[in-house]
Every structure is written in C-alpha cells, then in structure tokens.
Write a protein that binds this ligand. Structure first.
Ligand code: ADP
Length: 622
C-alpha cells in the first residue's frame, strides 16, 4: 500500500477564492472609480468660471478632488462634476462670496481598510504564490511548506512486502548474507540479550538491474516488516537544508513503525565523497544531507527500535569513507550479474509466468546470454512473449526467444558487455593464464575463483586471488610473483592465439606500476641501490610532487630506472610464458571447462590447478 496524501479539493477552491478576492480589493484600492460610478472631471479653470458665474450650488473640498453641483432646473437637480484642486487659498473666499454651500470632504471611507490590506495582502499573496510553486514542483505530499517531509514510499502490506527470497534468483551469496538481517528483524531479542549489536546498515553493491531493490523488498517480505523506499536523488533539492530535513523525517516515520527497513536506492547521489570534486566549492546541500544521514544512523542505538537501513549503489568507489565506518554501512553485499546457473534460475522464474512451447530449451537461452542482469532476462522473456503474440501464436517458442535475445543484445550493446564467441574464448584463456601463473607463483595470494562473466563496469572476466593471511610486509620474490601473474593473461593470449588484444591494458598498467615502485620506492634494484627515487608523501600537498613525483635525478639515473622497470616487467612476462608453455594442455583443459560453466571455484578449481607442472624460476638478471 502506498500512502500518498492529496491536496484536498476544498482547499484548492478556497485558494482560488482568496486570490480572486484579493485581486478585486487591490484593484479597488489602486484604481478607485473603476468599480464605482464615475463623475465627469473638468478643468479647474472651468470650475472657477462656473463659481464666478454663480452656477455652483454646493462643493465638497477634498485634498485630491473637489466635487461640486451646478445649478439645476426645477425638474432636474444640477449635474455633479469633479475637478482636481490646485493650491488656491482664495477659494473659500470666492465660494463664500458667491453663496456656495461648501464643506471639506469627509475622510475616504475605506482608508483604514486599505491601509490594513496594504499590510496584510502582500504577504498573503506571497504565501499563495509560494504554495502554488511547491505544489507544482514538488509533487510531494500535502500542501504548503511540505519540502521538509520525506517522499519515501511506504509499503506496509501488499505487493512489495509479498516479495520473498524465492522471487530473486542467481544471487545466492547475497541471499545467504541477507538471511541474517531477516533473523535480526524477526527476533531482535535473541541477539540483544547476548549483548550483540544489531547491524544498522547494509550496502548492496552491484550493476543496475541485478536485483538490489528486489532483494531489499524480499528482506522486508521475509521478515514481514514495513518497507520504506526512497531514492538518494530525491533527497537532493534546490533548497539547502531540505534534504537533511527529509532524512530526519524519514527516520522519524520509520522509528514509529519499527521494526522496519529503510531502503535508499542510488546512495551515491548523496553519499559521494566529501573531499572529492570540492575544488569548485562543493555541494552544500548534498553534504548536509549526508551529514544528517550519518547522524541519524549513529543516533539509533541498540536499545531503540530495530530500523535497518539497506542502501544500493553501483559506484561504491565514490562513496564517502564515513559511510562505510562501523555502525553505519559496515556490511557490504555484492550483487553481481548472474552466472550460467543463476541465469537459468532467473529465466525459469519468468518463463513460468508465460505459456511456453514444450520445445523451448531454457538452458540454451541461458548459455547465450552471458552478461545479462536479472532485469535484462525478465525483459527478454517479456520480449519473446510479445513476439509470439504478435505472430498470433498461443505459446512462446524457441524462435521467439532467439529473436528476443538478438533484440535485447542489440539494445544492450551500448549498455553492457555481451561478448561474441571469439572474445569469450580469448577472455577464457586470458583468465586461465592468470590463474595458472598465480598458482605457480603464489605471491599474490591463493587463486580462488576464475570467472568469465563480465563484471561491473570494467572487467570482462576476472581471476580472484585471496590472501591466505593478513600481510603487512611483502618480500621481493612475492612482488616478482605478482608481476608474473599480472602478465599471465597476455602470455596466454600470445601462446594460444599468436596475437594480442587490448584486454591486458589494466594488467600491464598494474604490473608496470608495481615494478616502478620496486625500483623507486622500495629500493629493490641492485643496479640503483637502496635509494628512494620518488618523493613519497612528503610535500605532496599541492607541492611539486603532484607534477613531478620523482626526486631530481640525472639523466643517466632516469634512464637506469626506466631500464630496471622494463627489465622487471619483461622478466615477469618471460616467467609467465615459461609456465604456460610447460602447461599448455592444462591451460586448454581449464579454458574449455570455463567456457562451459563460466565460473570455476572451490574444490573443483583446486583439483584442476593441482595438476600443474612445476617450472623453474627465472632469476632476475639485474
Ligand atoms: P536494481 O535495484 O539492482 O537496479 P531491481 O531490483 O530494480 O534492480 O531489478 C529490476 C527488475 O529486474 C526486478 O523488478 C525484477 O523483475 C528483475 N530482476 C532483477 N534481478 C533479478 C533476480 N536476481 N531475480 C529475479 N528477477 C530479477
């Protein structure tokens, strides 16, 4: 149920009436005579002439107007005329001399009214205009001055909270982590009595359309609690302070309904790092909103009602570090694009909602759609159903799906990466190359997952290396290992395809950076000795280190540094090639496997990697 108060129509009519009345009064004050009977106005000289001729019977002398009556006939009273007075001290004497009956004009009857109105009306009109713009621009709840009210949609019962974990597929890890939150909401006492602190914030990180909003709703649905939903961009308003007031109001509403969930979509709209991009003076409104959010999150403590804030973003790297501190969004859940098995499950959910032809093979569709997020898949099924209906069929056939895939892919190409078969193969060998070299040279950690599901915004595939323990110091040999592992991808491409692609750019960048640091920061080069050639952190604040990070060195030293860096990277490259050359068969075997399953991890991966043939280390010549 969505609560959205309306501005009542009686109030609207009232406003219109007030506006009309004020317009009428104003016109009356400023344009006298417009609505009254008008009296002919004559020149002052004519008035005097008429007095002198003895034609005037009565006169009323006002400061701004003289009204007078001329002599009439027996049947008809004389006409009333007016004129504008001039400064004429002789006038009373003249009138007296001609026997005109005269008096000063009474004070204007509505002068007190007009003076009050001139004070009261402008503010009234101002408020009315203000209200008009707010109602038009805000579209938000209830009438005047509602800018401080939060626009959160509240779902107490109904569709949103009927969503549960079964409706979301292909994000099993995220579901497992969120299951815990459901437990907190269902039975907070169980945790509180041991003295555990219930988490306040959970950040869902992942590309658009992967089901973050759905997961948040499912948590509320599973725990059967109300669900407040608002998008980060709705907090950011024209008026400084309005966003902060909205945050306050949102938390107030939520606390009344606790236990409950607040879901903030697009957290990055308010949660951008405060230090970044502030050269132009920053954005006060966003900063205040963010501060208020932090204050509110710190404000409710364990004793308070359970309000858990879930937030979603696809750009975690721009978030302010303050948001990620303990007690705020200290839990982060990755919601990535689904792998083959995940896509299959999602397709099954949506395919169950349409009439399928028995010939349809969902597995094939899932295989053809790497890189599709949940939203794309649900769109795909709908597209296929539309095509079937357009072709006057009663069930959705395989051909509809094939055409729909093409349509969605053509539409997606700009948005997300969908690889063709050749690219997919290159990515597979590239990643297995990293994995094999990483296995042989474990300085970068234990290889724990290989995936060729395009991930996030940049990578087409990835090899995950997990550190086996916390490390604070790195040995030189481990850095050599890391450089070799980074070059494993490029080496595999060379070996298998005898050509290279642009896909290794990021690897090369990282390998070169690492090699440069070994030489210039860690003093690991025998040729150059234990000297720090870069300036490190010193003077780095707007100092010349920003423009020239190296110490002033002679041309020869600069050349030697470049040579050393090159040597280190090339050595890693040779090492990687040697390992892959010796393990060509294993490389092919794992690559074929991953082309089928897209992800290999856990025991299966370790079993495969354990078959590696050892290769001697190439010692660095320097
Ligand atoms: P996000 O918040 O990550 O951008 P949404 O949760 O709004 O994505 O997903 C949009 C739509 O896509 C959902 O309403 C749902 O129909 C579909 N969808 C996305 N991911 C999944 C999933 N993992 N399982 C089932 N449906 C999904």
């Amino acid at each position: 149920m969505s609560i959205k108060p309306q501005v009542s129509w009686t109030k609207q009519i009232g406003n219109v009436l007030i506006l009309l009345a004020s317009a009428f009064l104003l016109a009356n004050i400023f344009l006298p005579g417009l609505f009254g009977t008008s009296i002919p106005r004559v020149p002052y000289s004519l008035f005097i002439e008429q007095v002198e001729d003895g034609n005037v019977t009565k006169a009323s002398l006002g400061q701004e107007e003289i009204r007078y009556q001329v002599k009439g006939t027996e049947n008809q009273p004389g006409q009333i005329l007016s004129t504008t007075p001039i400064f004429d001290l002789e006038l009373p004497k003249r009138l007296e001399a001609k026997g005109v009956e005269f008096a000063a004009a009474p004070a204007a009857r509505n002068s007190w009214l007009s003076s009050i109105l001139s004070w009261v009306l402008p503010p009234v009109i101002f408020v009315l205009v203000w209200q008009f713009f707010l109602n038009r621009g805000g579209g938000g709840p209830a009438g005047a001055l509602s800018i401080t009210k939060s626009k959160a949609k509240v779902y107490v019962e109904g569709d949103a909270t009927k969503t549960n974990f079964n409706d979301v597929a292909g994000v099993e890890e995220a579901k497992t982590e969120l299951q815990e939150i459901v437990e907190f909401l269902k039975n907070p006492q169980r945790f509180l009595q041991i003295g555990a602190r219930i988490p306040k914030g959970v950040l869902l990180i992942g590309p658009p359309g992967t089901g973050k909003t759905m997961l948040a709703k499912a948590v509320a649905g599973e725990a059967k609690v109300p669900f407040f939903s608002i998008s980060g961009s709705e907090f950011v308003e024209l008026f400084v302070g309005a966003g902060a007031a909205r945050v306050r109001d949102l938390f107030e509403q939520a606390k009344k309904k606790a236990p409950c969930i607040i879901f903030i979509d697009e957290l990055d709209a308010i949660g951008r790092s405060r230090s970044s991009g502030n050269f132009a003076g920053g954005n006060d409104e966003r900063e205040q909103t963010l501060n208020q959010l932090l204050t509110e999150m710190d404000g409710f403590s364990a004793g308070d009602a359970t309000v858990i804030v879930l937030a979603a973003t696809n750009r975690p790297e721009v978030l302010d570090p303050a948001l990620l501190r303990p007690g705020r969004f200290d839990r982060q859940v990755l919601v990535d694009r689904p792998d083959l098995a995940g896509r299959l499950k999602i397709l099954e959910i949506y395919a169950a909602k349409v009439k399928l032809d028995p010939s349809v093979d969902i597995k094939t569709i899932a295989t053809r759609t790497p890189g599709f997020a949940g939203a794309d898949l649900s769109n795909l099924v709908n597209e296929a159903a539309l095509l079937a209906a357009r072709n006057n069929r009663t069930t959705v056939a395989q051909e509809d799906f094939n055409e729909a895939v093409e349509r969605v892919v053509a539409g997606l190409e700009k948005k997300s990466r969908v690889l063709n078969d050749k690219e997919k193969k290159i990515v597979a060998y590239h990643e297995v190359g990293h994995a094999l070299v990483g296995k042989m040279m474990p300085g970068g950690g234990k290889v724990s997952k290989i995936s060729i599901v395009p991930r996030g915004m940049a990578a087409l595939g990835y090899t995950l290396q997990m550190p086996t323990e916390d490390r604070f110091l790195m040995e030189e040999s481990e850095l050599h290992d890391q450089i070799a592992t980074l070059l494993g991808g490029r080496a595999a491409e060379e070996l298998v395809f005898d050509s290279i692609t642009t896909g290794a750019a990021n690897d090369l960048q990282r390998a070169t950076d690492l090699a440069e640091r070994m030489v210039t920061t860690y003093g690991m080069s025998k040729v150059l000795g234990p000297l720090a050639y870069d300036k490190g952190q010193q003077n780095s604040f707007l100092g010349d280190a920003m423009f020239n990070p190296r110490r002033s060195v002679s041309d020869e030293t600069a050349k030697a540094i470049d040579n050393e860096v090159k040597e280190l990277v090339e050595n890693g490259h040779r090492q990687a090639r040697a390992i892959l050359h010796a393990n060509r068969e294993l490389l092919e075997k794992i690559a074929e496997k991953i082309l089928e399953t897209e992800v290999i991890e856990g025991d299966q991966l370790q079993e495969l990697l354990d078959q590696i043939k050892p290769v001697e280390r190439i010692t660095v010549s320097a």
